[in-house]
Ligand binder design. Sequence first.
Ligand code: ASC
Length: 153
Amino acid sequence: HLISLAAAALALALVTPAIAQQQGPSKAEQMIKYRQAGFGWLAYNIGPIGAMAKGTIPFDAKVVERNAATMAAIAPRLLEGFPEGSGSGARTEARPEIWTDMADFRAKMGDLERATADLAVASRSGDMKVIGPALGKVGGACKSCHDKFRKKD
Ligand code: ASC
């Protein structure tokens, strides 16, 4: 009994540090994944609205309304994906300027938030003449932030 108890204690002593070292993704990796998922979902939702505005696919008011509502929900949740220290740790197109010029990054995220909220309101008109300009403002908010804060290929 003493020997098996000693063996068990030894096994536990050997295994415990191995478990402790088995760390999951870092906070930075989690945040990079989080925000990329957010932007990806945003792009997925704007895609069909853009295609309808161009006339590439038929206008579907219900899809515009649903997608715009989703975008308005995503946009205010993006800023939390950029905490201090999440500028590296996984493949990212985020430029360091986000954290050195956070006031402007916040302002640009605010522009996106307002533009998507306005698009959600416009989408309820069911009228592409109303939706089009609101969509243009969202695209403008995407672009002005990308120009300054996203890495160029
Ligand atoms: C999109 C998309 C973006 C923006 C940007 C606007 O549809 O995926 O990143 O619009 O291209 O300039």
